[in-house]
Design a protein around this ligand. Structure first.
Ligand code: GUN
Ligand code: ZN
Length: 483
């Protein structure tokens, strides 16, 4: 079978990809605006929309819409000739607890009306249920995924089938779900049941859920993060390997008078200036936006796509880490999410491209970047003998056989690597933070431990004293130099 998802470029765990559907190819990461069934979506092209998502269950439930959808097709119904994803009604199931349709019926219906990407009827488990309950619901979801897979032929049917990962907040269940769904085999894996986490700003949990799912899916499979529509989370989610988002947020937030930005949410009532240059914000005043929810929604959509383009350019330039570090400043809990992410550094390192053009130190989390971890793991590659000088200064009157410079957070690096990524071209502040110093000192200790026969001399400023205590106690000679 021909691969339907092709990865063009990567950074951190994020990627720019091309997803093939029956109504054309879309480039990811991208946002699928949520469209009310039966409404005209054609005006959305102007925003950069490539694919929309609508609800198959709501279409099915209304006799008129159902008849039209079956007769004329979903694309006719929405006046949209490009790709359309349909959701199955799972979310209605979660919100209202009862819906009257069988999984097989809604899956067949999605195919019948010409959906490009269909979704079986998964159960979006709540986040406050017991493990036993979550496991039961997950087993039901997995059975429905199997049933759907048997109905939709990967080769003969035009519809891509998505296998949603559930499992509430339990890491073992997310892992199990991902493994089982992979065995069944889907072309797209949505991560579901995360809306309540995002509503409560529980970004650490969100990061864990994404990574425990991702850890057990094929790295080359496209991932959709269900219900994530706020531009401030896109960069983090893409860096974690998510490719598709759906946004009802742009209208939902507008109806609550909220003006979205990648830096957070503003209340239009409280605003005096519009910090955006989209067509809406260029041509209208704050007053206009206050009085017109449609204008507010349009701005919300423009700013969401602007952020997606910014993310894609960051991937191309291998600067996604730096963008994520800026974006998590939007809310302390997003910063917690990034901290959770770096606790998976070993895993992330396996995906992150080896060579980039720059490394900007953007705060303590930078000490846990793949580049730093990788450098530390490779300290055993140097063949050293005799005297090694580790120094923060270029010229010193000390004899040596090997010269290492000292640069936080990497620690000691041989002068031969001065021009080599990441150590050489890394940009770090003149006054490194605590984490960078701790990481550098740990790498000094590691290099010393790896080379028991070598005599080390360290030449550095007194700022290093507290970090080198163990090394000094072990008898390594340290020469203090003036700043
Ligand atoms: N929309 C938001 N969350 C979900 C989910 O978990 N499953 C499905 N099918 N749709 C969703
Ligand atoms: Zn705007």
């Amino acid at each position: 079978m021909q691969e339907i998802f092709e990865i063009k470029d990567k950074d951190v765990m994020g990627r720019i990809g091309r997803l093939k559907t029956a109504h054309g190819v879309i480039e990811t990461p991208t946002i699928m605006p949520v469209i009310r069934p039966g409404t005209d979506a054609s005006r959305l092209r102007a925003f950069g929309v490539e694919i929309i998502i609508t609800n198959a269950y709501i279409t099915y439930r209304s006799p008129d819409l159902r008849e039209d959808a079956i007769k004329k097709g979903l694309h006719h119904l929405t006046n949209w000739d490009r790709p359309i994803m349909t959701d199955s009604g799972s979310y209605q199931l979660y919100e209202y607890r009862d819906i009257e349709i069988a999984n097989s019926e809604i899956v067949r219906f999605q195919r019948e009306i010409g959906s490009d990407i269909g979704v079986p009827l998964d159960i979006p488990s709540a986040i406050d249920i017991t493990h036993t309950r979550a496991k039961m619901e997950l087993d039901t979801t997995l059975n429905r995924l199997r049933e759907a897979r048997n109905l939709i032929d990967d080769c003969k049917d035009d519809m891509i089938l998505a296998g949603t990962i559930q499992g509430s907040i339990y890491p073992d269940l997310r892992e199990y779900a991902a493994k089982e769904a992979s065995k069944i085999g889907f072309d797209l894996y949505p991560i579901g049941g995360v809306v309540p986490l995002m509503e409560r700003y529980r970004y650490s949990d969100l990061v864990r859920v994404i990574l425990h799912s991702k850890l057990n899916l094929e790295p080359a499979s496209p991932i959709h993060l269900f219900g994530a529509g706020h531009p401030m989370v896109f960069a983090l989610a893409v860096a974690l390997g998510c490719d598709l988002f759906d946004s009802a947020a742009y209208t939902l937030y507008a109806s609550g008078g909220r003006y979205l930005s990648p830096m957070g949410t503003y209340f239009i009532e409280a605003m005096e200036y519009l910090p955006c240059s989209c067509p809406v914000c260029s041509r209208n005043s704050v007053r206009d936006l206050r009085m017109d929810e449609g204008l507010l929604a349009d701005h919300n959509l423009y700013t969401s796509f602007e952020e997606i383009r910014r993310i894609k350019e960051a991937i191309r330039e291998k600067r996604l880490w730096e963008l994520v570090q800026m974006r998590v400043q939007a809310h302390p809990k997003l910063l917690d999410g990034l901290k959770e992410m770096v606790s998976f550094a070993d895993f992330i390192e396996r995906f992150d491209p080896i060579s980039k053009t720059s490394f900007f130190y953007g705060g303590p989390e930078s000490s846990r970047r793949s580049e730093v971890l990788r450098y530390s793991n490779r300290l055993d590659r140097f063949e050293l003998e005799g005297n090694v000088l580790i120094t923060t200064k270029k010229r010193l009157d000390i004899e040596y056989d090997h010269l290492f410079f000292l640069k936080p957070p990497f620690g000691p690096y041989p002068e031969e690597l001065s021009e080599t990524y990441p150590v050489g071209p890394s940009e770090i502040p003149k006054t490194p933070d605590h984490e960078a110093m701790v990481t550098a000192a740990a790498n000094i200790r590691r290099l010393i431990a790896l080379n028991p026969k070598v005599r080390f001399v360290i030449a550095c400023e007194r700022d290093w004293e507290e970090y080198l205590r163990g090394v000094i106690e072990d008898g390594v000679e340290v020469v203090w130099i003036e700043r």
